[in-house]
Design a binder for this molecule. Structure first.
Ligand SMILES: O=C([O-])CC(=O)C(=O)O
Ligand SMILES: [Mg+2]
Length: 227
């Protein structure tokens, strides 16, 4: 049998602290603008606890309702990592609960994103400093049989995630920033944010204009009637 879906990569290159720092305050919506508005994970994956996320992806792939590889990851992660888990959209069996969240927090994990269910959600929502994003809850607990993968390329919520890609999440949702474009995307997003501040100031001063709207009307040949 091949080792496909049954393999572990022990370590990977993480973005520098300086680079990660640039993402801490950037809104996820503007980051997505800098990636041509196509890098958001499926909106069905939503926050179960408060807090913004920006950190390197530690990737895990598990079968439906199984968390053996997640347990294996506990002693492999580095402080600041965000665990991103592909689990075959396990909606009727939780992949983890509050015990694992506490354990991962103690090891330095900065957040967890899973394409399926969690349990102990009320407790999880009270654990500070480790935001959890999931699709839903289920009281059914996970099996621990494997197989799975650690630190390989995965697909979560319609996005490709590779170990070390920068995952950013806030109240709007989650985006994945490919590590090799991260500097460029952070700079572009900061510039867009400055631009939005100028637009807002113009709006509040009643000086904002939208010439492009009339241009679009003309192009569409919109039938405009006086009454
Ligand atoms: O018991 C389990 O396997 C999962 C769970 O609820 C926890 O991590 O708290
Ligand atoms: Mg539990």
């Amino acid at each position: 049998m091949s080792t496909v879906n049954c393999r572990i990569v022990l370590d990977f290159e993480r973005p520098s602290k300086e680079l990660l720092e640039k993402f801490k305050e950037l809104p996820v919506a503007t980051l997505d603008d800098s990636m041509n508005r196509m890098s958001a994970m499926d909106s069905g994956i939503h926050a179960y606890s408060k807090g913004k996320l920006a950190g390197p992806a530690f990737t895990i792939k598990v079968p439906y309702g199984d968390n053996l590889m997640l347990h294996k990851s506990v002693d492999m992660i580095k402080p600041g990592d965000i665990l991103v888990i592909q689990c075959e959209n396990s909606l009727n069996r939780a992949i983890f609960g509050s015990l694992l969240v506490n354990n991962l927090k103690e090891k330095g994990a900065r957040g967890i994103i899973v394409d399926g269910a969690i349990r102990d959600s009320e407790e999880i929502s009270q654990i500070e400093g480790i935001p959890v994003y999931a699709r839903c809850t289920s009281p059914n607990g996970p099996w621990k049989n494997g197989p799975g993968e650690i630190n390989t390329t995965i697909a979560v919520g319609g996005q490709i995630v590779r170990p070390g890609d920068i995952v950013c999440a806030d109240q709007d949702g989650i985006v994945v920033v490919p590590q090799e474009y991260a500097e460029e995307i952070a700079a572009e997003t900061k510039e867009k944010e400055e631009g939005e501040k100028v637009v807002l100031a113009q709006m509040l001063a009643g000086k904002f204009e939208r010439p492009w709207v009339e241009q679009a009307m003309e192009k569409l040949k919109v039938d405009v009637k006086p009454r």
